[in-house]
Design a protein around this ligand. Structure first.
Ligand SMILES: C[S@@+](CC[C@H](N)C(=O)[O-])C[C@H]1O[C@@H](n2cnc3c(N)ncnc32)[C@H](O)[C@@H]1O
Length: 220
């Protein structure tokens, strides 16, 4: 099954609302657990960049787990950032989580990041090199890098079965987004080719029946 792209930005306010109301605690907790497993020596205390952060649930969980971090979340859709801005204020994290409405690729602007993370952004990109270029630009030697995304199933029937298994209770908007995302996602072999082309020596592996993980440290 070939990739079927979807719109890059989630800039429909209904989409933003549906996404913020949905329960992503499972995959988002898995994201944090995988980060802790892969980077056992990471203790926080530096700047963290989240690319395509959406409503910032992962950054909020990140700061809960690593309280000394200063986080920047970037997303091109204000509709997705808006619920995150409210939640950050509600949690009193506005001193340490800053959200910016900006599209990839982005430049470094003088920050030194201890970690660069991203969840569920890659499959949105029409040109995946926008992500790898941003990482090449923003990571310093030793920066911990972790990207999680869906991988494309072998058939539309398998994509439908995944939606039925994991999103049966979600709104129709969210179920359709999830299905479209599975069809737009990359395979592990495709991501490995992208990494090689970008000159990034990061690992890429499947970590669930629907997720792949790219991780490693930027070489010196
Ligand atoms: C599926 S959401 C994931 C949000 C968040 N990372 C999470 O795990 O909940 C993908 C996000 O990537 C953003 N996005 C897509 N293409 C982008 C681009 N070129 N630049 C910045 N953000 C982008 C979308 O607007 C959307 O908020």
């Amino acid at each position: 099954m070939d990739r079927i792209i979807e719109p890059e930005l989630m800039d429909d306010p209904e989409q933003g609302k549906a996404y913020a109301l949905a329960d992503f605690s499972g995959p988002n907790t898995q994201f944090l657990n995988l980060f802790a497993d892969k980077f056992t020596d990471f203790v926080g205390g530096g700047k963290v960049l989240d690319l395509g952060c959406g409503p910032a649930d992962i950054l909020i969980r990140f700061v809960d787990r690593y309280p000394d971090c200063e986080c920047i979340g970037i997303d091109g859709a204000e509709a997705m950032l808006a619920p995150g801005r409210k939640e950050i204020v509600r949690k009193n994290f506005d001193h340490c989580i800053h959200l910016r409405c900006q599209c990839l690729p982005v430049a470094k602007e003088g920050n030194t990041f201890k970690a660069i993370i991203s969840n569920s952004l890659l499959h949105h990109l029409h040109h995946p090199r926008d992500l790898w270029q941003t990482i090449n630009e923003c990571a310093d030697p030793g920066t911990a890098i972790m990207i999680m995304d869906l991988f494309r199933p072998e058939s539309t029937a398998r994509a439908r079965a995944i939606v039925d298994t994991y999103a049966a209770d979600e709104s129709p908007v969210l179920q359709q987004d999830f299905y479209n995302s599975l069809l737009a996602a990359f395979r592990v072999s495709e991501v490995r080719e992208q990494l090689a082309e970008a000159g990034l020596s990061l690992q890429c592996e499947k970590v669930s029946d629907r997720h792949l993980l790219v991780w490693g440290r930027r070489e010196g």
